[in-house]
Write a protein that binds this ligand. Structure first.
Ligand SMILES: [Zn+2]
Length: 386
């Protein structure tokens, strides 16, 4: 099943042009959105030339506010402070439908209405990814800063409860998107694709290990693990300085990187073990695509995000497969240049969108300078991948 990434929907606000950024003190903005009046309190991240603003509230939610939505905007000199974990927990539970519970791990706050063993399994996967993620970049010469607050994950028991909650952010797409990281709320959201709790095992007294075995023996186990890790990779990337929320982040990179990290290992007791295995889903897709791959495929992949938003599912799948392959190739063949390129992207500011020429020029400057030569090398390299 195709797994488009929900957070890309929020890039629609990125046409604004930045004029100023980050003033100290608290901002109080009243807005009208979807016929509802809301009050947003937080710190000003960016103010755009047309009067639009980006405000981070005390829950870590980013509000991209258009001038026409704004009713009033006041400010004072009080310091901005994020809510602590208890305050966040209380507010999350008030916001979610009845029946949700919360537990914390070292780096995560997990809200769930699944069985406890299912949610614990998710929490353990998040922690395993977290450790691997920072080691991965450190080994490549980039010591990223760890998040200062716990990252939030919301795990729903089934598609219905997930879709009714995700509806506000995703609209009708909530029925086809099986999990997502929200750039706005900074949370990951997903549901139990395996339906294992519904089989009557979840509430039983079986040990967590036994329950995880049951999860991993379900037909949807592979996609479940991949989705959990994929979305959590996006979240980590946007919470350690690797990527900047609402900046111009090329989708070939964001998506290819998340797929590079997601690859499940169902022989492992938790279902995922290491970063960067060959994607057993994307490699065959990429091979099929190669049979009729256009000569300018690399250029169209990196120049803009249109192939990831193509109305035809097969074309979107091909973009995801090629994005994975390109990340796989660059990370293995040009690890230093790849990190240098990522560092350059991480210095971009929110609400500024690059044009095609700039994206291509930055890519070329980072890798070789000759797209055709790089493309030939890329294809030769991928032919040997098994
Ligand atoms: Zn994604």
């Amino acid at each position: 099943m195709m797994k488009p990434c929900g957070w890309l929907a929020w890039l629609c606000c990125a046409s604004l042009v930045v004029a100023a950024s980050s003033a100290p003190g608290l901002d109080y903005v009243k807005i009208k959105r979807n016929n509802r009046v809301r009050s947003v309190t937080g710190r000003l991240v960016v103010e755009a030339q047309d009067g639009g603003v980006l405000i981070e509230d005390q829950m870590g939610v980013l509000w991209a506010i258009q001038p026409q939505e704004r009713i009033s905007h006041d400010e004072d000199d009080l310091p901005f402070e994020r809510f602590d974990v208890k305050q966040i927990q209380t507010r999350l539970l008030a916001e979610l439908p009845a029946g949700f519970r919360v537990f914390t791990t070292a780096h995560y706050l997990v809200c769930y209405n699944t069985s406890t063993p299912y949610a614990q399994w998710c929490g353990a996967l998040y922690e395993r990814l977290y450790r691997g993620f920072f080691v991965f970049w450190k080994n490549r010469g980039w010591e990223l800063e760890e998040p200062t607050t716990r990252l939030i994950a919301v795990v729903f028991d089934n598609q219905e409860s997930y879709a009714s909650y995700a509806d506000e952010e995703l609209g009708a797409a909530a029925n086809v998107i099986i999990g997502y990281y929200s750039l706005q709320s900074n949370r990951v959201m997903m549901y139990d694709l395996t339906g294992v709790d519904g089989l009557g095992f979840g509430r039983s007294r079986a040990s967590t290990a036994k329950h995880v075995n049951r999860i991993l023996s379900q037909p949807a186990a592979e996609r479940t693990v991949a989705t959990i890790i994929h979305e959590a990779t996006h979240q980590l990337a946007f919470n350690c300085g690797l990527q900047i929320r609402y900046a111009d982040n090329p989708l070939w990179l964001s998506e290819g990187l998340a797929i590079y990290f997601e690859t499940p290992d169902l022989k492992n007791s938790r279902g995922w073990r290491r970063i960067g295995s060959v994607s057993r889903v994307r490699l065959p897709e990429f091979r099929r695509y190669l049979q009729a791959r256009p000569a300018d495929s690399l250029l169209t992949l990196i120049a803009d995000d249109s192939r990831f938003r193509h109305p035809i599912v097969r074309q979107r799948n091909e973009a995801y497969a090629e994005a994975w392959a390109l990340n796989y190739f660059l990370i293995r063949r040009y690890p230093r240049a790849f990190v240098t390129y990522l560092k350059q992207l991480s210095s971009k500011r929110p609400l500024v969108q690059d044009g095609k020429e700039q994206r291509v020029a930055e890519f070329k400057a980072a890798f070789h300078g000759d797209l055709e030569k790089l493309d030939r090398e890329f294809l030769r390299f991928m032919k040997r991948v098994k």
